[in-house]
Write a protein that binds this ligand. Structure first.
Ligand SMILES: Nc1ncnc2c1ncn2[C@@H]1O[C@H](COP(=O)(O)OP(=O)(O)OP(=O)(O)O)[C@@H](O)[C@H]1O
Length: 576
């Protein structure tokens, strides 16, 4: 499995110059092969004019066809190479963005929405391949082919050369003017596609609430407005694309027409100058005439792929925007094979938190400030504090879901740093208040792809009292797209996941009993204490005085203390 490691971000302008240049150069060679082909045509027509014998003409035809075949082969080969390199490069950029996203901490303040990220990675990134394969190739051709043709034309006629020289710069100037608008319109268009995806995903997820509150018509109107905006922007992009083509066609047609007029009048003797003192022969004049459209051809090609550039650059920027710097997961998916921490431990973990501080971004205030605590192996501790005092943040920092801004966390004396975070985290179980239920069977939802044998799984099912649910559901899919789970069943699933964690030495539970009825909350409290009783340290962030009363100790983040809990069931008191 490839490691998930953050890679330095790359600007779109830097990566734009990176696709394989070889494919482009093969295509440049193919375009230049038109010169000998044009020479053969010009020579052949002059031969017909001078009534040369047919065998010479047949040879000329054969050479022309052979050159044509060679040109097609070279062009096809170059095109394939350019596309293969562009596809590979796009995949690499996609993977880099995906890896950066996978390393985003859940505490990242600018995490992109799931809909936007999916749209950028799946749809928008597809625009990068044509940009690298077609636009950058066309750009290389524009820099070489017209120059070579200009030298050839100038060597025969300075007037024809001058016509091309004057007409050519007008095209890039107008293209650039149109191109700025095109790029802005493309960015807006891609942004709208992302917004629509985000809107759809969000509203589909909240469909039950929308129906329940009778807001379907309003949401449908909003959707229609967003779709209409996307339509208008798509049309704006197309208008600009047509405008740029029209500008180019106009100037290239004028350029070719002027050369044709000059060549025609020169051959008729009406314009005798312009050919370095002498007069152009029929073959030379035809050669110049045949080269004129070829001079503009790379520019026309560039215009045709101009939209690819606008869409490609916008997609590169969108990929870049997914990789916003911010809090990242500690660790990279690679354990430290030689470290003592990577050896499986069976004893409960001891925690040392020293002067822990955290801020979500350099502009935001410290939400945890110089917090220190010692938690002994096997101890059960409640983190207490007013709402917003930073309990969840401290829990996330202990789990290595983000690196502290200052201070340190030691687990059994081992710092939670990137080299050891993964192996330290493998001995932790996280009990969330609202677990995500995957679209998979109940068993797969407990396993989560971890290496858990059947006996351990059965034990976890029993401990979380999930047996009856499992008997009823069997292998049917639960979660998104499958049968649902009740709130209580989902919480049991969380406990089962924690109970099945191999070598679990530290249980972290974030508000595990919030908003639960008394009976379910009691079940969760019992479940947590049972997990700890199997030899794990337990840290809970809670507002629940009953849960706090079950712990050995309460650590307050803001000086507040839980009220004296009453009504703790007798069975619980015995575990506590
Ligand atoms: N992703 C985030 N980006 C920026 N600030 C955040 C983010 N998450 C939390 N905060 C802020 O950090 C502070 C601490 O939040 P935290 O969730 O850790 O508090 P808490 O004590 O767990 O609160 P509660 O008991 O309400 O769950 C709050 O002021 C909150 O607004």
């Amino acid at each position: 499995m490839p490691s998930i490691r953050a890679t330095p971000s790359t600007s779109s302008s830097a990566v734009a110059s990176r696709p394989s240049a070889q494919g482009a150069w093969w295509q440049v060679l193919a375009a230049l092969l038109w010169l000998p082909q044009a020479a053969v045509i010009a020579w052949g027509i002059e031969a017909i004019h001078q009534q040369a014998d047919w065998s010479a003409l047949a040879k000329a035809c054969a050479v022309f066809l052979a050159l044509g075949l060679l040109r097609a082969l070279v062009d096809g080969y170059g095109l394939r190479r350019a596309f293969a390199a562009a596809r590979a490069h796009t995949q690499l950029l996609r993977l880099q963005a995906l890896q950066a996203l996978a390393l985003h901490s859940p505490l990242h303040p600018q995490r992109p929405s799931a809909g936007l990220a999916a749209s950028v990675l799946n749809e928008q990134a597809d625009h990068i391949t044509p940009y690298f394969a077609r636009y950058t190739t066309a750009r290389t051709k524009v820099m070489v082919v017209p120059l070579v043709i200009l030298v050839c034309v100038f060597s025969l006629s300075w007037v024809a050369g001058l016509v091309l020289l004057v007409a050519a710069p007008l095209i890039p100037i107008f293209m650039a003017l149109v191109g700025w608008r095109a790029e802005a319109a493309s960015k807006k268009h891609l942004q709208d596609v992302g917004n629509l995806n985000q809107f759809l995903l969000d509203r589909l997820q909240g469909l039950a609430s929308i129906r329940g509150l009778g807001a379907v018509a309003q949401v449908a109107q909003q959707l229609a407005r967003t779709a209409e905006q996307l339509r208008a922007n798509t049309m704006a992009v197309l208008k600009i694309a047509f405008l740029s083509s029209a500008v180019l066609e106009l100037f290239s047609a004028l350029g070719v027409a002027l050369v044709a007029v000059y060549v025609g009048f020169h051959l008729l003797g009406q314009i005798p100058f312009g050919s370095w003192g002498g007069t152009l022969g029929l073959a030379q004049a035809l050669f110049v005439l045949l080269l004129a459209p070829a001079f503009f051809e790379p520019l026309r090609e560039l215009s045709a792929v101009w939209h690819d550039k606008a869409a490609g650059v916008a997609a590169l920027d969108a990929l870049q925007a997914l990789q916003q710097p911010g809090p990242q997961l500690v660790g990279t998916g690679n354990g430290h094979p030689d470290s003592a921490a990577s050896a499986p431990k069976t004893t409960a973990a001891a925690l040392t938190i020293q002067d822990l501080s955290f801020q979500y971004s350099t502009q935001s205030p410290l939400v945890v400030q110089a917090f220190s605590a010692e938690i002994g192996a096997g101890e059960r501790v409640a983190l207490w504090g007013e709402s917003g005092s930073g309990k969840s943040t401290v829990m996330a920092l202990i789990a290595g879901l983000a690196a502290p801004s200052a201070g340190s966390i030691l687990i059994d004396g081992q710092a939670m740093d990137p080299a050891y975070a993964d192996s330290l985290r493998s001995g932790m179980a996280w009990v969330a208040q609202k677990p995500h239920v995957l679209a998979a069977s109940l068993v797969d939802n407990i396993r989560l792809g971890r290496d858990i044998d059947d006996a351990a799984l059965q034990q976890a099912v029993q401990r979380a009292a999930l047996g009856p649910v499992l008997a009823l559901r069997g292998n049917t899919v639960v979660g998104d797209g499958g049968l649902g789970l009740s709130g209580g069943e989902a919480l049991r699933l969380t406990l089962a996941r924690a109970a099945a964690t191999p070598g679990c030495r530290l249980v972290l539970a974030d508000e595990p009993t919030a908003h639960l009825d008394a009976e379910t909350a009691q079940f969760v409290r019992q479940g947590l204490l049972a997990l700890a009783a199997r030899g794990a340290t337990l840290v809970v962030a809670t507002h629940d005085p009953l849960l706090a009363a079950c712990m050995d100790r309460v650590l307050s983040l803001d000086g507040s203390q839980p009220p004296i809990a009453t009504g703790l069931p007798a069975a619980m008191r015995s575990i506590a």
